[in-house]
Design a protein around this ligand. Structure first.
Ligand code: FES
Length: 573
């Protein structure tokens, strides 16, 4: 390496000084047994790890960190692993999403405060990937992702079962009396039988797929099972590559461009990806300085669904991997992709050139898609002036154009206390409305938008209804579910004004969500409306409630938008 490069290297402001500060930075690191030449100006690579036993989806990341280290040393770098907050989607209350922005702050400030030149993000479970990307974007060093990888296919009574998707199906079957509770309990261990993230195309695998499509990981990162030895190889190769990226000064913002985000939106439609991708992509774009609007997602509304994975299809991520994974998908949709740079330095086309599909039922072609127009639809209207979304590929086609009377649940407690009431005055045509589940309201915008069908109707065999809320839904869920209604009820959006018996019209084809109540009546209700008292009055949750933006802006905190790439010049001693 040339002297010029060493002088420019960020880590030299910590470890290259021949004074008291340099002594202190080096000496304390040497208590771990590092030799002098570790500080000779070579690239210092941070390995930002969300490993935690409370985040079972990320429990393989300690092993992968060792793989990354091998590659960093081999390429002449110096790897240093550091922990950040981990977000276990299935374990945290009230919702892991409340803490996505806190993880992002942790990641950002850790990267900025330490003397590292590049960073490898080790994440996987739903909120860990976007939280890490948001934080890293705001520092803008050379950055690359290694994901946990999906669990092996779930197995139960000789059948494949999928994380999340089959939980919703089984629990509805228990409520409808068509599945025994003992069988329901028996399915638990078979569903999650290896390390890794949910093996459906839920939010974790969606975000990993989009990361690969945006060129922020090496090819094949999204689908290789967590326990496949080739994922360890990928970690090793990633360690080698991040050292080269530092030498080339190939930064986060060089890869995560407007074109990359457009490619992610197209890819999300083709893979049947999670609705959560919308809030996460909007938030990451806000950090890196890419202009992305909610309505941009409509560009993909006509993109067909190619990946036949749950919840939109029938296979699982292991099948998707063996069928060719993301390279095969990107090859299929290459005509829809923009030229865009990747962490390898070249164009995204290098990720799929020569890619083969080995199972045409798992990865369909544009000529023979699973569904013709699968992209998310952005809805607008007097019920959602700042927008809402629906995922047609996971909905019942006949309900995508629907008009019905609302039955309103004022909050999640109201919903839970009434949903199993066999006298609940609802029919299959009722529009279920749930308030108070947006970013400020819950707080944290939980995945409760796919509210269970009322017991009275479930027992009649009703499997889907139109549901409207300011919540999110799990990427593994399905149904005719209108989500992310903005402004949210707690912020005084029109959703707060809906009353039981009001008529609501949904037209997915026209992108409309209308409350059929005249404006004079709505104004009278608005004059009477008061927000609920906030659930939290101290700590991080209070800061979150005070500063979180709407779902249409990615639900980031208002003061975290953008980046700060200035050098840190002040010392602690
Ligand atoms: Fe962690 Fe699904 S709960 S990936």
């Amino acid at each position: 390496m040339s002297d010029k490069k060493v002088k420019q290297r960020r880590s030299q402001a910590w470890y290259g000084k021949l004074d008291r500060d340099g002594f202190i930075h080096r000496s304390w690191m040497k208590n771990q047994g590092y030799p002098d030449h570790a500080f000779d100006g070579r690239p210092i690579i941070g390995i930002c790890n969300t490993w935690s036993e409370l985040t079972p989806c990320n429990s393989g990341l300690r092993d992968l960190a060792e793989g990354v280290k091998r590659g960093v040393w081999e390429a002449g770098g110096f790897p240093v692993e550091f922990p950040v907050m981990s977000l276990g989607e299935t374990q945290m209350k009230p919702t892991a999403m409340l803490f996505r922005n806190l993880l992002a702050m942790d990641v950002e400030e850790s990267i900025r405060a330490y003397g590292i030149d590049g960073v490898v993000l080790l994440g996987g479970c739903d909120k860990t990937t976007p939280g890490q990307l948001m934080g890293a974007a705001s520092v803008d060093l050379p950055t690359i992702v290694v994901s946990s990888g999906p669990m092996l296919n779930g197995k139960f009574k000789g059948q494949d079962i999928g994380s999340g998707t089959d939980v919703w199906k089984f629990s509805e079957a228990v409520r409808a009396g068509t599945m025994k509770l003992v069988d329901f309990m028996d399915a638990e261990a078979g569903m999650s039988r290896s390390k890794g993230v949910c093996m459906t195309m839920g939010t974790a695998s969606t975000m990993a797929a989009l990361v690969e499509a945006m060129g922020m990981s090496l090819p094949t990162n999204a689908a290789l099972p967590a326990v496949d030895a080739r994922r360890m190889t990928l970690a090793h190769l990633t360690g080698k590559r991040i050292v080269e990226m530092v030498e080339e000064d190939l930064k986060f913002s060089d890869v995560m461009t407007q074109e990359s985000f457009l490619n992610a939106i197209m890819t999300n439609a083709a893979v049947g990806g999670s609705t959560n991708a919308v809030v996460h992509l909007l938030a990451i774009a806000g950090r890196v300085g890419v202009e992305l609007e909610l309505d941009t997602f409509n560009l993909a509304s006509e993109v067909p669904l190619l990946v036949n994975c749950m919840p939109s299809g029938k296979y699982l991520m292991e099948d998707f991997c063996y069928a060719g994974g993301m390279p095969a998908v990107l090859a299929q949709i290459s005509s829809l992709l923009q030229p865009a740079r990747t962490v390898l330095g070249g164009d995204i086309s290098t990720y799929y050139e020569g890619a083969q599909c080995y199972n045409q039922d798992v990865i369909r072609s544009l000529d023979d898609p699973l569904k013709p127009a699968a992209g998310l639809r952005v809805l607008r209207g007097n019920l959602a002036p700042d927008g809402a979304i629906i995922k047609p590929s996971a909905a019942t086609a006949a309900l995508l154009e629907h008009e019905g009377e609302a039955y309103v649940f004022e909050n999640i407690e109201d919903f839970k206390s009434k949903v199993d009431d066999l006298d609940l005055p609802v029919t299959k045509d009722t529009v279920l409305v749930l308030k108070g589940c947006g970013p400020k309201g819950y707080p944290g915008m939980p995945e409760v938008g796919n509210m269970p069908i009322p017991a009275k109707l479930a027992q009649q065999g009703v499997k889907d209804m139109v549901r409207v809320s300011d919540a999110r839904m799990s990427g593994t869920a399905f149904g005719t579910v209108v989500l992310h209604v903005s402004p949210e009820a707690q912020a005084g959006g029109p959703l707060a004004l809906v009353k039981t018996g009001d008529k609501i019209r949904l037209s997915a084809s026209q992108g409309q969500l209308e409350l059929l109540v005249d404006e004079a009546e709505l104004q009278a209700r608005r004059d009477q409306w008061q927000p609920d008292a906030p659930h939290y009055t101290r700590g991080y949750a209070k800061m979150y409630i005070d500063h979180v933006m709407g779902a249409d802006k990615g639900a980031d905190l208002d003061f975290l938008v953008g980046k700060d790439t200035r050098p840190v010049t002040r010392e602690s001693h």
